[in-house]
Design a protein around this ligand. Structure first.
Ligand SMILES: *Cc1c(COP(=O)(O)O)cnc(C)c1O
Length: 368
């Protein structure tokens, strides 16, 4: 009997991706064992932070790194760091920002909602979000106008599929921030595979969720320039107290980073592609379903599967199929972003072959 069954909990098949309400990801046995070991031992926490900093910096090719509770808290403490620097007096007075530059410039289409609005993650620090451009476009001029107009402490950019197709050049935006002597922070929560690329934009900080594709316990990686990373760490004696990394998170991150370093990416991509091909081939044969492979718009090294549902043939529409999948046993969760236009998405990175067969069987039952 599985843990879920014995506790009367829902058994889930996750084809939705690194989704927080489903527990995000599955950790490897090596990571789980490291965490188990951590929980029954004492450590000097700053020693763990120091090793984590070295290992993560190597993975990212960055000057320095720190671990926070998650990316949402990473956003808050990074902005706090941009306002306070190493001033203990300022650190203790937040979220009161009196006497500090406290405006955070964020492009309009980057105002994402990953469970709450990123604007709230900014405001928790005491800072004020200042939106540049509009939903459809944000140019460098739009950003510059807001930087000049406001009492600006930093520029915040988001690299995520939530942002959609945005042609803002990150390197140019970072350069612009630096022209005005303010740091640029990139929320790249699900972009751990692209961490080096994001660091290459010269951003002062890049924020990554360790529990997403890295499959560590929940933690936020704050990666970038040493001076600002130090100021992030210093927030633990201020508003960052409730946002600190636990020992099990730190140890789990170390194990997950080690695994990523030894990952053969080409082999990994091949094993992902086998699942995609299998799912596309088998779902295409279902009546009223047209399956296709969709590459990740941010440049992550894997594809997803998109199913176009012709409800005149299936007699159920995309939304109804998604609802039936998630309320069945096991509960199958899929990407519903485009269900309004008759499409469902499937992210297969964390799924097993056995789970794919269960999903295909359920789709067949629901569409005939
Ligand atoms: C997941 C996500 C977050 C939040 O990350 P947590 O580690 O869960 O706090 C923030 N921003 C983006 C773009 C995300 O995808």
């Amino acid at each position: 009997m599985s843990f879920q069954e014995s506790q009367n909990l829902t058994t889930v098949i996750n084809a939705r991706g690194t989704f927080t309400p489903l527990g995000v990801s599955r950790s490897s046995r090596v990571v789980c064992e490291a965490v188990t070991e951590a929980l029954s031992n004492y450590f000097i926490i700053h020693e763990l932070q120091d090793i984590a900093s070295k290992k993560i910096s190597k993975l990212a090719n960055s000057e320095s790194a720190a671990v926070t509770h998650c990316t949402a808290s990473g956003i808050t403490v990074s902005i706090a760091a941009a306002m306070t620097g190493m001033s203990q007096e300022r650190i203790e007075s937040l979220p009161n920002t009196e006497g500090m530059a406290d405006c955070v410039i964020i492009p309009s289409s980057h105002c994402v909602n990953y469970g709450h609005s990123i604007l709230q993650a900014i405001r928790i620090s005491g800072a004020l979000p200042v939106i540049a451009g509009n939903k459809n476009s944000c140019s460098l001029e739009d950003i510059e106008q807001q930087i000049v107009r406001s009492n600006t402490c930093c520029l915040l950019l988001v690299s995520s599929k939530l942002v959609g197709c945005e042609d803002l050049d990150f390197s140019a935006a970072v350069k612009l921030a630096h022209k005005y002597g303010i740091p640029a922070i990139i929320d790249g929560a699900a972009q751990d595979f692209r961490i080096k690329e994001l660091i290459q934009t010269e951003a002062d900080l890049v924020l990554i969720s360790a529990q997403k594709y890295l499959a560590a316990p929940t933690a936020g990686l704050v990666v970038g320039k040493k001076q600002l990373v130090d100021a992030v760490k210093a927030q633990e004696k201020g508003i960052g107290r409730g946002m600190k990394a636990t020992k099990e998170a730190l140890i789990g991150v170390l194990a997950a980073v080690q695994e990523r370093e030894s990952l053969n990416l080409e082999e990994w991509k091949k094993s992902q592609q086998i699942k995609i091909d299998y799912f596309v081939e088998n779902s295409s044969s279902l009546n009223g379903i047209c399956a296709s492979e969709e590459v990740d718009i941010t440049g992550l090294p894997f594809s997803r599967v998109n199913l176009k549902i012709d409800s005149s043939i299936t007699r159920v529409n995309a939304k109804e199929i998604a609802d039936k999948l998630s309320s069945g046993k096991p509960a199958i969760w899929v990407i519903e972003q485009k269900s309004g236009i008759g499409e469902l998405g499937f992210e297969l990175v964390q799924t097993t072959k056995l789970e794919l067969d269960i999903i295909l069987k359920r789709l067949a039952e629901l569409t005939t």
